[in-house]
Design a protein around this ligand. Structure first.
Ligand code: NAD
Ligand code: UDP
Ligand code: UDP
Length: 362
């Protein structure tokens, strides 16, 4: 049974700024798994800033100590090296579960999404903590619906429906439905779909009343891994190093890019609000990879060259969030446009790539 710990914590700590007159809001005890990573470390900054106690749990698979170093020595901050695939005992009020190898180059090595999520749900159940899962727009696969609304079931469901309607043969069914499950990206998108299912199962079956699900669309900003192969980090690093920007395929595929501070605000609003989700958290501004390359050229180097490369397997053709639900129920929408956000990331990348020489590389 639920311990009612979260509700008690609410009463003790006055979440959401509703602090009775004359009383100071007490901080919450919050665990951020994957808190040494790109998104996690920005989230930790915000939580510490508002006075909460934060425990970061990270195995440094893709994250780095440098991302949270500035909090070491703060009594409200703890850093634990731990793989969430192993059980973990902590006493906390909230769990932001971000731990996950998030880039295609890394995510095929690790069962974090399923086993790690199960453990963190078990922890949430034991202590009665509120649990937020960071899922992904990849659950929509190579979407047939555009933009993607939370009620859309993703590519697999669409093909199943087509089979039911006798619109495609059994062979087509096998190639469209079964192959993606064994595809190179599947460990990530099927893993996250399973993580969402587990989260909802705990919500219903294990009486975990307080789960939250965010479906995050492509996010960029300072502290992104420089060489993990994502398109924004690749283009920015390439332009700074005077290398050609590598556009995969014909460059007409689209993505929607969200600045990290917008995402962090959305995650906190979701955690503090009353709605389970899933909620799309992304910037609806949609760009082809060629348009993105142009923004990078305009921001860093007008003479940067473009080099076309073959695209990777299973690459989704387009992606753009419908954020109506988050706007209406969370009162959230992104504020930072790609043209405003990119320069903030460039400053950080320039420092990390050129170190002390950064000032000589405008
Ligand atoms: P990231 O790789 O920078 O952060 C992930 C963190 O999790 C890293 O610090 C890594 O070391 C840690 N980690 C990985 N496996 C672990 C394990 N087994 N145990 C403990 N720690 C582990 O990635 P990010 O971009 O910050 O992504 C954070 C979350 O947001 C992920 O769940 C990701 O799937 C989700 N997400 C991100 C994006 C994006 O564009 N950045 C888009 C969709 C979803
Ligand atoms: N778990 C954990 N920390 C806790 C409680 C549970 O890591 O504080 C793990 C536990 O080891 C198990 C998983 O979470 O692998 C699911 O726990 P739950 O109690 O829901 O399932 P059960 O152990 O009853 O199968
Ligand atoms: N991409 C690209 N050049 C690169 C890296 C990626 O054109 O150097 C393309 C990739 O094929 C995909 C898009 O950019 O169509 C986004 O890729 P990313 O890995 O950043 O995110 P995801 O595919 O997970 O949305």
């Amino acid at each position: 049974a639920v311990h009612g710990g979260y509700r008690m914590a609410l009463e003790r700590r006055f979440v959401g700024g509703r602090v009775p007159l004359g009383l100071k809001r007490k901080g919450l005890r919050i665990v951020v798994t994957g808190g040494a990573g790109f998104v996690g470390s920005h989230l930790v900054d915000r939580l510490i800033e508002r006075g909460d106690s934060v425990i970061v749990v990270d195995n440094f698979f893709t994250g780095q100590k440098e991302n949270v170093m500035h909090h070491l020595g703060n009594p409200n901050f703890e850093l634990i090296r731990h793989d969430v695939v192993e059980p973990l005992l902590l006493e906390v009020d909230q769990i932001y579960h971000l731990a996950c190898p998030a880039s295609p180059v890394h995510y095929k090595f690790n069962p974090t999404n399923v086993v790690g999520t199960l453990n963190m749900l078990g922890l949430a159940k034991r202590v009665g903590a509120r649990f937020l899962l960071t899922s992904t727009s990849e659950v929509y696969g190579d979407p047939l619906q555009h933009p993607q609304v939370e009620t859309y079931w993703g590519k697999l469901a669409d093909f199943t429906w087509m089979v039911e309607q006798n619109m495609v043969s059994y062979i087509a069914y096998v190639s469209f439905v079964c192959l993606p499950i064994a595809g190179v990206r599947s460990c990530y998108d099927e893993g996250k779909r399973t993580a969402e299912t587990l989260t909802m199962d705990y919500h219903r079956g294990a009486q975990l009343e307080v789960v939250r699900i965010a479906r995050i669309f492509n996010t960029y900003g300072p502290r992104m891994c420089i060489d993990d192969g994502r398109v924004v980090s690749n283009f920015v690093a390439q332009a700074l190093r005077k290398e050609p920007l590598t556009v995969y395929g014909d460059g007409k595929q689209t993505r929607s890019f969200q600045y990290v501070s917008d995402l962090v605000e959305g995650l906190i609003k979701l955690m503090e609000g009353e709605n389970v989700g899933p909620f799309n958290l992304g910037n609806p501004g949609e760009f082809t990879m060629l348009e993105l390359a142009k923004v990078v050229q305009d921001t860093i180097d007008l003479n940067a060259k473009i080099e076309f490369r073959p695209n990777t397997a299973d690459d989704p053709h387009k992606r753009k969030p419908d954020i109506t639900r988050a706007k209406e129920l969370l009162g959230w929408e992104p504020k930072v446009s790609l043209r405003d956000g990119l320069p903030l990331m460039v400053t950080d990348f320039r420092k990390r790539i050129f170190g002390d020489q950064a000032d000589n590389n405008p």
